[in-house]
Design a protein around this ligand. Sequence first.
Ligand code: SF4
Ligand code: SF4
Ligand code: SF4
Length: 258
Amino acid sequence: MSKALLYDATLCIGCKQCEGACAEQNKLPYSDAVAAEEKQSEHKFTVVLTKNEKFMRRLCMNCEEPACASVCPVAALKKTPEGPVTYNADACMGCRYCMVACPFGVPKYEWNNALTPKIRKCIMCAPRVAKGEATACASICPTGATKFGDREELLAEAKKRIHENPNNYVNHIFGESEVGGTSVFLLSSVPFAEFGYRADTVTDPLPMRTYKVLSRIPDFLPIGGILIGGVWWISHRREEVAAAEGKDHAKPEDGGAK
Ligand code: SF4
Ligand code: SF4
Ligand code: SF4
């Protein structure tokens, strides 16, 4: 069964222990200076934002149909059946298409790593999830604001919380329908747009949109169309081939956390 995270901002106390646990899990530096940074970066995969004494986490949404993976020409990014969208640094060729494709601006590039730069992002603690463990951020959260569990059960729980306490929440589970659904659900008492989540995020899967756009590229743009279409075709073809060979989703890769 696919796993997910439910973050309920009404339970969050802004302690940032999730940030520290994430850094430890991914072998990233963490200090007071890093804790004060309010944006995701190649060395900070999740951020707890504060505004008017309200909190909100930002992290990779580990989309059900990830746009980042759909444009990757070498299938370095993959959606696993367990939920995480993993990253294989050895396969990555550094084209950075994923950074452009992600609707949430999540993938970051190691611009300061001249020798072996990688894309960095939260991979929903794929190695832990593969072993049946909760993510590091959920394991350490002292209030249950970040909860790990079965995706369908967490979605039902999120609906129940809104139904039972409608005055506590905006009537929206962010991640239920955005970009076709994600493996991270957010609940909040204030509109998500206040923390930079776009209110106009599309609800159909972005890879499908990419396909629709490509199918409408006119003939007078043959070279661009062929190039973009080639990227789309290659990435999907590789997945088809991997599936046919029985390799697909065999084992979540490490997220480059070396
Ligand atoms: S949020 Fe962005 S990086 Fe994360 S899985 Fe979705 S498209 Fe990929
Ligand atoms: S799931 Fe893992 S990698 Fe993602 S934010 Fe939580 S601790 Fe960090
Ligand atoms: S560990 Fe839990 S309570 Fe603390 S900031 Fe993170 S989500 Fe909020």
